[in-house]
Design a protein around this ligand. Sequence first.
Ligand SMILES: NCc1[nH]cc(CCC(=O)O)c1CC(=O)O
Length: 315
Amino acid sequence: MRKIVIATRQSTLALTQAEQVMEHLRKLCAEHAIEAEFEIKKIVTRGDRILDVTLSKVGGKGLFVKEIEQALLDGEADIAVHCLKDMPFELPEGLVLGAIPEREDPRDCLIMRDGYGLDDLPQGAKVGTSSLRRSSQLQHARPDLQIEPVRGNIDSRLRKLETEGFDAIVLAVAGLNRLGLQDHISAYLEPELSLPAVGQGTLCMECRSDDEFVLNLLAKYSHEETAIVSEAERTFLGKLNGGCQVPIGAYAKLTGELDGQRRPRIELTGMVGSPDGKQILKDTVTGYDPELLGTSLAEILIGRGAAELLDAARE
Ligand SMILES: NCc1[nH]cc(CCC(=O)O)c1CC(=O)O
């Protein structure tokens, strides 16, 4: 009997995700007559210890994953469950993404004190988000809004809507759904208005690249279409040398058309913005090769000044 330890951060969202994944893996084991038992191990990361500081100020990619990856490398855990959007482009030597399961809702949403959409926000309304991607796009649509950082886990951000005088806060739909908090959502923001973060709404499972048992199990959990769109978005992010702390968004979807090798056609939209939303570079490319698409979209935006925008935002 193989024992599989699942490592996770200790936030409510991370724990919920790990538990949902564990249940699914147990079912897969039963279906495929694989003998394994599972256990969850909570790990406190550097990102969790500095939750009160605006992350973009602290800098550093993968603030939430380093310690968890070390546990995998040390053999103290076998699988790590992450939000794909929190994952740096490059994984450490010896680790791979063993599974990318089916994407959930990729959109951002508004949780508002009153009203049901962006248009209901009064002139100069105070909106909470620490994401430069979200502030850039919101300010672009509504330059009058006053954007203020709001840090912490999802539950504490929801509390801050009440306690810190925000008219609205912005969160990912997927996280709220997973926590059963979808009733709080006032308005869904379509990708045309707020292009999601790379990988938003998608989970991933990281494991050691030589752990055949776990790789074999995780392969049964993977969702081919999601893996394809994730590769397009993540290639775009990687070429721009971005993480989730820069004003970059991307969203890829499949259009249903197949090429000669029956590969699906991909439509990839990407954006790079200034944090104040005065400048937004955005374009869409379509094709069949996710890596080529990610690369060419990044090159198109770099040609229009994306690298300079990102350098300025990083300062
Ligand atoms: N940066 C934190 C984070 N990482 C993933 C999600 C949401 C869930 C997901 O995208 O899978 C969130 C919270 C948020 O942005 O509202």
